[in-house]
Every structure is written in C-alpha cells, then in structure tokens.
Design a protein around this ligand. Structure first.
Ligand code: MTE
Length: 321
C-alpha cells in the first residue's frame, strides 16, 4: 500500500519540501517542549503549548509545486498542529492533539455515493494519487477570529469529482466524518450532532482552489489536523474544512451542515469569510494571525476574491451567510 511506500521513503525531506516549509518544521522539531509555546505563537494560543510533549514527524510526502501559494510567513508547525478544532477529540484547542494521538487512520476507505456514475468504496490512497500531490500555501481563517498560513499537501477536489462523473442533476457535494465513538471519544458527548457533516455547492467544490488535503508541512496529516484526508476551502471559515472524511455524496438538494444544525442563526451554509457580515456575537472585521500580536484586517473571501467572487454575483451575502 502507498502508506508503506511513504513510510520507507529514503528521499531526504529537504530535497522534496520547499525551504521555508522545511525550516518551519525543523524549528519545531529542534525546539525543546518547554520553549515551544512562547516561541511558536503569542496571544490566543500562548502558554498552553508549553506543557505538550514534542512529537515525531509523520511520513514524508513528495508534492509538486503550485504557483498560486501566498508568500506570507508560515505559521509554525507546532502551532498548526497543537491549536486545533476537532470536537470528535474534545472541545479545547489542545485536546485534539492529546486525544487523537493513537487514532488509527490506516487502512481507511471513503465511500463515493449519490448522483454520479463512478460511485463505490475506495481506499483513500487509490482516491488520492500520490504522484498528483501538490503543496499549496493558503490562509486559514477560523470563524472564531484567529488565522494561520498553512502549507497543505493534497489534490484539487475537482480532479476527483471529474473522475466520479457527477450526473447533470447533481448540484451539491456532501461530506461526512467517521462516526465511531470508541475511536473518537468526543462523539460520546452530544456537543454536536454526529457524524460531523459539511457541504458545498458543486461549483464551489469544483473551484480550482478547493482541495482534499492529506498532508501538511510536507508530511502526512497528523490525526488532530484531520488524517488521513480532510477538506480545505480557503475562502470559507475553517469549520467548512471537514476532517477525517469517510463519505462524499453528490446530491440534488443542499445538504445539512453540522454547525448550521447546531446554531442556525450563527452559522450558515455558505460561511464565506466576510468582514462585512458579523457573527451575531462578534465582529468578523479583524483577525489575529497566530504568532502575531496585533490584529489585522480580514479580507473579503479571505483574500481569494479574484478566484471566487464570481460564484456569488447577484447573491445577497448577508442573507446567504
Ligand atoms: N471537522 C470535524 N470532523 N470536526 C470538527 O470539530 N472543526 C472545524 C474544522 N473541521 C472540525 C472539523 C473547525 S471549527 C475548524 S476551525 C477547522 O477544522 C480547524 O482545522 P485545523 O485544526 O487543522 O486548524
């Protein structure tokens, strides 16, 4: 299986990983655990990381280059893998890293279902072709008001959708996380309705920015970041980036989404990053980039307006939030 090949790869990681990604990861690996918290991030996450043990790096991936990456400074690897939202492993930021440590993600299958020609159950590494992996550095903006800059490794979702040949009446794509309360202890509590579900309009799913990610900083995703495969939609709030996906379904009707089910007045289906539409309980005009002290202005569509704004022309984005 591909995972085995990756684990035994003898290619030096600096040969296959862009230099600044390599450096961000090295800085993390070389740091003592006691100094990680203060050095890696300030503000929101400062302090909590110091108590966490350092971890071994995951298996290296070998992504190709992509020309559209942002050149903003990368968030430290330690912050991106220690300050997470993954309610299946607890509702605190540090919980997922601690509680998902032994989450087994191999073997892993993904069901492709619904209105498409090539449905079925696929091994994740048959779905995601190793030789088509790309690294894309995207801004990552959480609805809570923090942001990061993350080097994801994955494939454009559109490539997989094309292989599945959706039917002409397929209008949406629904995604589902694993439901297994034994392996995901957070599912033993009803903080959300399980399994976690998300959805995109078909054109959003087929936008060239939308990714299925299997890696981060040149290596396989750690469990807390959504191993083995998660969605990345950089112009939307982070909660659209559903983790540990086991099912992708083409539908005619708009699918339900977890946060909309939980709090419909606070989280809509679209959830595009929009500094002009406040969350009912806080403004979305600014954000704190993890690792920075001062807050910065949030950009429309998280800075990806050129690539995505046309999909929403004529829509009232206050109504379709
Ligand atoms: N996916 C699942 N299955 N469960 C979750 O709780 N949290 C979401 C999203 N995907 C979540 C999830 C939220 S709120 C955010 S902000 C991002 O994951 C965080 O991704 P990161 O931890 O890799 O930064």
């Amino acid at each position: 299986m591909l995972i085995k090949n990756l684990a035994t790869s003898h290619v030096g990681e600096n040969e296959v990983t862009p230099e600044r990604v390599f450096k961000a990861r090295r800085r993390f690996l070389n740091m003592g655990a006691a100094t990680i918290g203060g050095a890696a991030i300030s503000g929101i996450a400062g302090g909590l990381l110091g108590a966490l043990p350092a971890r071994a790096a995951g298996a290296s991936l070998n992504p190709g280059k992509w020309s559209g990456s942002t050149d903003e400074p990368l968030t430290e690897f330690e912050a991106a893998t220690s300050y997470n939202n993954f309610y299946e492993f607890g509702t605190s930021k540090e919980g997922p890293r601690l509680n998902a440590e032994n989450f087994v993600t191999s073997p892993w299958t993904v069901e492709i279902a619904g209105l498409a020609k090539n449905t079925g159950v696929f091994d994740v590494w048959d779905l995601i072709k190793k030789d088509q992996l790309q690294e894309r550095i995207y801004r990552h903006r959480c609805v809570e008001g923090w942001s990061m800059v993350i080097p994801w490794v994955g494939v454009p979702l559109v490539e997989i959708i094309k292989r599945m040949e959706p039917a002409s009446n397929a209008k949406y794509v629904a995604f589902q996380t694993l439901h297994d309360p034994e392996r995901m202890p957070g599912q033993q509590r009803s903080v959300l309705q399980w399994p976690y579900v998300e959805g995109l309009r078909l054109d959003e799913a087929m936008n060239s920015l939308t990714m299925l990610a299997v890696g981060i900083y040149g290596q396989e995703l750690p469990p807390q970041n959504g191993a083995p495969m998660r969605l990345v939609v950089p112009w939307k709030y982070g909660f659209k980036g559903i983790k540990s996906i086991v099912k992708i379904e083409f539908t005619e009707k708009q699918p339900p989404t977890s946060w909309n089910i939980s709090a419909p007045t606070e989280y809509g289906f679209y959830s595009n990053v929009n500094p002009n539409v406040s969350h009912p309980r806080w403004s979305q005009a600014k954000e704190r980039r993890i690792g920075e002290f001062l807050r910065r202005k949030t950009l429309m569509f998280n800075g990806y307006a050129d690539e995505v704004a046309s999909m929403y022309s004529g829509m009232d984005l206050e109504k379709f939030f």
